[in-house]
Design a protein around this ligand. Sequence first.
Ligand code: ADP
Ligand code: ZN
Ligand code: ZN
Length: 687
Amino acid sequence: MVLGVAMESELPHGKLKSIRRVLDAEPLLPPTLMELLTWASAYYHYPIGEVMATALPVLLRRGLPATAAGEKYYALTDAARQLPPEAFKRSPLQQRLVQTLREHVEGLSAEALAEVVKNWRDAMNRLKARGFIRVTEKPCLPPRPAGQHSAPQLSEAQEEAGAVIQAAAGKFQCLLLLGVTGSGKTEVYLRAIEEVMARGGQVLVLVPEIGLTPQLVTRFEGRLNAPVAVMHSGLNDSERLCAWQMARTGQAAVVIGTRSAVFTPMPKLALIIIDEEHDASFKQQDGFRYHARDVAIKRARFENLPVLLGSATPALESLHNAQQGRYQLLSLPERTGAAQPPRVALLDLKRLKLNEGISPPLIEALQERLRRKEQSLLFLNRRGFAPVLMCHDCGWLAPCKRCDARLTIHQRSHKLRCHHCGAEAQLPATCPACSSANLHGIGEGTERIETALTRLFPQARIERIDRDSTRRKGALEEKLRRVHAGEADILVGTQMLAKGHDFPNLTLVGVLNADQGLYSADFRSEERLVQQLVQVAGRAGRADKPGEVLIQTHHPDNPVFAALAHHDYREFGNYALAERAAAQYPPFAHLALLRAESPKPDAALTFLRAAHDHAQGLVEAEVVHLMDPVPSPMERRAGRYRAQLLVQAGERKALHDFLNAWLTQLEAEKLGRKVRWSLDVDPVEMY
Ligand code: ADP
Ligand code: ZN
Ligand code: ZN
C-alpha cells in the first residue's frame, strides 16, 4: 500500500522496496478514511499497516484488484447441452461435471461444485476451453424485496427524535437515543434512513452481532425497499469484497455491519447509526484493539455528519457525555402501543429453597404461564450442565490443566470442557484422586435447567438457546422460528436470548442467578450486569399482554435492582457515575492497560516491573499515574501466565504523550522479547 511519496529517505536503499505494478486504477480509500486510519493508528498505538489491513477486505489484502466481482456461477452452454452424455465418457471427471450441471440450469457456485466433484477445477477449465461452459457472476446484493412493508404512524416522542436527527443533517453532531426496550428505536432509525436516502445519501448502521438477530436485516430490507449491503463475519471472502465494493461505489444505500464495517468507504455517507451502542462487542479484544463506536464518532467528525447512538442501556461514558451536553439526548420513555413496562419482583434466595436452581415462586409463575398458554424465558448466563465437578468423598474438583479454572460439565456430550481455553476431557466415572464414584455436579448451567424443567413440566415444550445448542448453521434460526410460531412454551438460555428479540407472546422472564456480576474485580461488571438484566427483562410483555420479571438474588438490597424495578436506567447511571467519579475511573479518567503473558511463570511480571521502572523517568506524576504490575485475576490461561499494568490519566493528551515516549522504551527493552505484550487503550475488559 502506497501511503505517500517522498524524494528522500533516511533508510538505506537496500531496505526500500520498489513499486513493480500498480494494482488499482484509483486509490482504494478516500482521503477522509485515510485520515481516520492514521488517527486510529496513532490513538491505539498500533502500526498503520496492520490498521489498514483491518480496513480492507481480505482479497484486496492478497493483491486482487478492486473490482466488484459477484460469486462465480458455472453453467453448461447450449452446445454442451445438445451433445449426448457419451460425448464426455473419455474423461470421468468431465462427465460427472456435465451430468451435475445438466440438473442445474442456473449453474453452480465453486463451493457447490466442490461438494459434488472433488478436484473439479482442471476438468472445468478443459470444458471451458472447448466452449462448453458459461461463467456468470451473481450480483452480490440480493434483489430488492418485492413488497414494501408499511411504516407505523410514529408516536410523538419518535417524531420529536426524528426531527432532531433531521435537523442535524450535514454537520457533525452526536445524538444519544435512550429508549426503553420496545420503545420503537428501530422505527426511528428507519425513518432517519429513509430521509437520508431521499436526499441521495448513504447510511452506515453498526450492530453488535448480526448472527444473533437475523430478523433485523430482514426488517430493514423489507421496509427500505433498497439495496442493503450486509457485512459480518459469516461472509466468505468474495461476498465480503462484493459488499464492500457496493458500498464504495455508492450502489448500496445502506450498509449494516458489525465492528469492522466502521471502516467501509462510502462516498455519499450522510449518517452513522450505532445500535446497542453499549455492547462490548464493538471493542476488538486482540491485535488492533479499537472501539468501533469511538472510531465511528471520530469518522463522523472527519466527514462532518451526524452520528446516532441508540440503546436502552447506554454505556456510562455515553450517558456522561449526554449529561455534559457533548451529546444531544433524545429519549423514548415509553413502550409503543399498549405495551406496559413489565412488573419486576425480587426473589430473596436467602429465604427460598431451590429446586435445581429454581425457586418455588418462579415454578408457580411458570405453571401459570403454561395454563394461560403464554411463553416464559429463563435466563442464566452459564452454559453446560454444571460449572464444577466435585468428588463428595475427597473434595477433588475437576481442574483445567492449562488454566486457573474449573472444567464445566457437559452432560449431553459426556465431556468436561474449559470455557476459557477450550480444553476437553471425557467425563470421568470415578474420582482420579480417590477412585470414588461419588462424583457430583455443583451449581447449574443451562443444560441442567433444561433437564430440571423437563422433569418439573413434562407436558411443556422447552427450547434451550445457547452457544452449544446453536452451533450448527441454521440452528438458531430454526429455534427462533419455533418460538415465534408458538411451538415452544419455555425458553432457557444465555445472553444470546437477551438481545433484540421480539416475542409477542412471552410474558414471564426469570433470572436464575443475578449475582454473577455483583462484587466482581472489574469496575465495569455492575454496569454490564444492569445492561444485561434490562435487556433480558425487556423481552417480557412486548405486545398487549403485561409482562413479569422475577429475579433470584442473594442481595435484593443492592441499588442495581432498585433501578431495574423502577425502569429507570438513568437512576442507575447517576449512582454508578458517582462511584466512578470517586474512584477516578472512566469517564472521569482515561485508562490504558499494558498486558504481558508467557509460558514461564514470572516472565510477564518481570517485564512489567521493568516497564514500570522505565516509566519513572517519564511520568509527570501529577497527570499520569501508574499502578503496580499485578498478575491478572485469572493468572494462568491456556498455559500462559498473565500479568497487567494499569495506566491512568486525567487528560487524554497527557496519556498519549506519555504512551508514545514509553512505547519507544518498551520496544527497546530486552525483557520484552521473552514475553508477548500488548497495549490496550481504553480497555473494556480488565482481565
Ligand atoms: P426497539 O428498537 O426500541 O426495541 P422497535 O422499533 O423494535 O423497538 O419497536 C418495538 C415494536 O413496536 C415493533 O414490533 C415495532 O414494529 C412496533 N412499533 C414501533 N413504533 C411503533 C409505532 N409508532 N406504532 C406502532 N407500533 C410501533
Ligand atoms: Zn475423590
Ligand atoms: Zn482451560
